[in-house]
Write a protein that binds this ligand. Structure first.
Ligand code: MN
Length: 322
C-alpha cells in the first residue's frame, strides 16, 4: 500500500491525549457489501446501511479495489454528471485519469487526492490511462461524497488537485502510527483539502501491536473505515477488520489499535478516519445528484438532459479499449 509513506522517527508527534479526554465509543459496526461501479470496477460500499443522519455531512463512500488487474482489464466510468455535492477521490495505488466539462483534469496517483466541487453542475470522466489499461496493475483508492448545504448547492464548480507531497504527516507519540492528514485539521496539523463544509479526513497506518489516540474535533461526527488489516477501535477495544466501518459516538479522540499479527497482504492496520460538521438538512439523492427536495432532483435531471450541467468537450478523454 504505497500512498505516502515516511519514517515516523522524522515526523512531528501527536501529543498524548489530554487528561479527561473522552474516547469516542463504538455505536455500530457494519460490513461493507461488494459491488461494481462505472464500467464494472469492483468497489465496497463503505457506508451501506448507515443512516444519513449518522453520516452527515457525508453521503456515500466507495473503496475502489484493491484489485490487481490483468492486461486489458482496468475499468473506469463513462462521462456522467453531478450536482449538489463534492467528490473526493484518494488514490492509494495505481492511476486514475480525470477530465471535466469546466477544463479541470489530470492524473491522480499513489497518495494524491482529487477534490471536485460539482456545485451547480459538472460532467466528468474517471478512467484508467491507456498505459494502465494495456499493462494492467494494482488499483486501490477511495471516493467520498461530501454534501453541500442548501446555500452552496449551486456554487460554481471547482477542482483541486492535491498532490501526494501536500499530504500533512504526523506520528503517534511512540512512533507506532503514521497519520496522513488529507483534509481538515487534526490537533493543529492542517491538511491541504479545502471544503465548503468543515471536515477532516485522515489515513492512518498503525503498526502491528501499536495504539494511537487521534484527537478529533468534538463538533464533528466520527467514522472509521478499515481499508485493510485487523485491530480494534474505541474504548472497549471493539474488533474491526478490512471492509468494516465503525460509527462512533461523541467525544474528543478516536482510539485505533492494530493486532499483533497481520496478514501478508496488509502488514499493518490501514484505516480512514472521517468526520465533519453536520449540515442537518433534509437530503434527497438520486444517482449522481444530491439535493434538498424531490423537485430539485427532477430539475437536476431535466437540466442534465438539456445540457445545462455542461457538455462533453471537443477533445474529450474517452475510455481506452484494447
Ligand atoms: Mn463522478
Amino acid at each position: 500500500m504505497p500512498a505516502v509513506t515516511a519514517d515516523t522517527v522524522q515526523l512531528p508527534r501527536l501529543a498524548e491525549p489530554a487528561l479527561g479526554a473522552v474516547d469516542r465509543p463504538v455505536r455500530k459496526i457494519i460490513t461493507a457489501p461488494s459491488g461494481f461501479e462505472g464500467e464494472g470496477f469492483p468497489v465496497r460500499r463503505a457506508f451501506s446501511g448507515v443512516r444519513l443522519t449518522d453520516l452527515d455531512p457525508f453521503i456515500h463512500m466507495d473503496q475502489m479495489g484493491a484489485v490487481d488487474y490483468g492486461p486489458g482489464e482496468p475499468k473506469g466510468t463513462p462521462w456522467h454528471p453531478h450536482r449538489g455535492f463534492e467528490t473526493v477521490t484518494y488514490m492509494i495505488d495505481g492511476i486514475f485519469q480525470h477530465q471535466d466539462s469546466h477544463g479541470g483534469g489530470g492524473l491522480i496517483t499513489d497518495g494524491a487526492t482529487q477534490w471536485m466541487t460539482a456545485g451547480a453542475g459538472i460532467l466528468h470522466i474517471e478512467t484508467p490511462p491507456e498505459e494502465l489499461v494495456v499493462r494492467g496493475g494494482l488499483f486501490h483508492g477511495v471516493q467520498l461524497w461530501v454534501n453541500l448545504p442548501a446555500q452552496d448547492k449551486f456554487t460554481p464548480p471547482r477542482y483541486q488537485n492535491l498532490e501526494a507531497g501536500q499530504v500533512v504527516l504526523a506520528a503517534s507519540p511512540d512512533g507506532g502510527a503514521l497519520i496522513r492528514v488529507i483534509a481538515g485539521d487534526v490537533a493543529g496539523h492542517q491538511g491541504p483539502g479545502s471544503t465548503h463544509t468543515p471536515i477532516s479526513v485522515v489515513h492512518a497506518t498503525v503498526s502491528p501491536g501499536a495504539t494511537v489516540g487521534v484527537p478529533w474535533n468534538p463538533g464533528f461526527n466520527a467514522l472509521v473505515y478499515v481499508l485493510g488489516g485487523r485491530g480494534t477501535v474505541g474504548p472497549a477495544a471493539t474488533a474491526i477488520e478490512g471492509g468494516q466501518l465503525a460509527v462512533l459516538g461523541a467525544g474528543d479522540l478516536v482510539t485505533l489499535a492494530a493486532d499483533d499479527r497481520q496478514d501478508s497482504v496488509t502488514p499493518a492496520l490501514e484505516v480512514l478516519v472521517l468526520g465533519g460538521r453536520p449540515i442537518r438538512e433534509h437530503v434527497e439523492a438520486y444517482g449522481p445528484f444530491v439535493m434538498n427536495t424531490r423537485a430539485e432532483l427532477a430539475q437536476a435531471v431535466a437540466d442534465y438532459q438539456a445540457g445545462r450541467l455542461g457538455v462533453i468537450p471537443a477533445n474529450a478523454l474517452m475510455p481506452h479499449r484494447v
